[in-house]
Design a protein around this ligand. Structure first.
Ligand code: NDP
Length: 274
């Protein structure tokens, strides 16, 4: 089954709302297989990054699927040490070489850098104009990082990918994204497994005869949040993709909303130096 939900980035580029994350997925067979299986299961978006060191395997998995290039949405991210104008241009060259692709669908600045982000963004705008990145965006940007970016940007980020799961619902960042027409995308959407034994999630899952991961992912999609769960196991890739055949009630959605405790599992963007 193809995943039916997509969104339009700035009304020009269609992006699937659901995809595969490949953080902590070793390059080689594991990355190739995870991507290949996901595409077989109907996923149409893969989220990698320079720092994951598996872009070669991601490219290979896409080729192995036999799908036309324009049916797969590929995201990669510029690492912190590549911030700056010239280095950002060179970084995408390297990523494209590793993936053996001539463009990405979305290129993200992985983490904000108050000194260099303006120049990096200028490079991303150039890459988008060249068509080497169909869309450009950011990751781990708080509202004040977005404000700073927009003081020099010509183009608003198409996407802001942030840590987001029921324990960290990111209301302020979602509102700031919304004002810019920026799509919010959730990283660690199932809190790296640490939300799956929550009694509220478990009880909703039991009532619908689905799994806790499926409840959390469906909740994100129902909130208008794009999501990129990671797994290297075929069964879990299938499970995490099988979230379109059931619906959450309004009460279920409210119950998940009530789980927000502001609990971050990853770094705080204001202090992370990578
Ligand atoms: P996730 O919330 O996607 O959780 C992944 C973990 O949960 C893995 O240990 C996986 O194990 C396990 N898992 C997956 N599915 C299930 C399931 N159905 N039941 C039980 N356990 C499951 O965490 P990630 O941190 O990987 O985030 C997802 C993606 O977001 C990343 O892969 C990456 O692409 C992106 N990301 C971006 C960041 C950024 O700074 N922009 C930071 C972190 C992530 P197994 O693989 O063994 O199945």
């Amino acid at each position: 089954m193809n995943h039916p939900m997509t969104t339009m980035l700035h009304e020009t580029v269609e992006m699937p709302m659901h995809g595969l994350g490949v953080f902590q997925t070793p390059d080689g067979d594991e990355a190739i297989n995870a991507v290949y299986w996901a595409l077989e299961e109907g996923y149409r978006l893969v989220d990698t990054a320079t720092i994951y060191r598996n872009e070669a395997g991601v490219g290979e998995g896409i080729r192995r699927s036999g799908l036309p290039r324009d049916e797969v949405f590929v995201t990669t991210k510029l690492w912190n040490s590549d911030q700056g104008y010239e280095s950002a241009l060179a970084a995408l060259d390297t990523s494209l070489d590793l993936m053996r692709l001539d463009h990405v669908d979305l290129y993200l600045i992985h983490w904000p850098n108050p000194e260099l982000t303006a120049e990096t963004w200028r490079a991303l705008e150039h890459l988008q104009a060249q068509g080497r990145a169909r869309a450009i965006g950011v990751s781990n940007f708080k509202p004040h990082h977005l404000d700073q970016l927009m003081s020099t940007a010509n183009v608003a980020p198409a996407v802001n990918q942030v840590e987001l799961h029921p324990s960290l619902q990111q209301h302020e960042t979602r509102a700031a994204n919304g004002e810019l027409g920026t799509v919010t995308q959730a990283w660690s959407p199932i809190k790296q497994g640490r939300i799956l034994d929550d009694p509220v999630i478990v009880s909703i899952a039991e009532s619908l005869d689905v799994t806790p991961a499926q409840v959390v992912l469906r909740w994100q999609l129902d909130e208008g949040i794009a999501t990129i769960p990671k797994s290297v196991r075929r069964e879990r890739i299938r499970e995490n993709g099988d979230v379109f055949g059931f619906t959450l009630s309004d009460a279920d959605i409210e119950a998940v909303r009530a789980l927000d405790i502001g609990d971050r599992i990853g770094p705080d963007p204001d202090t992370f130096e990578g």
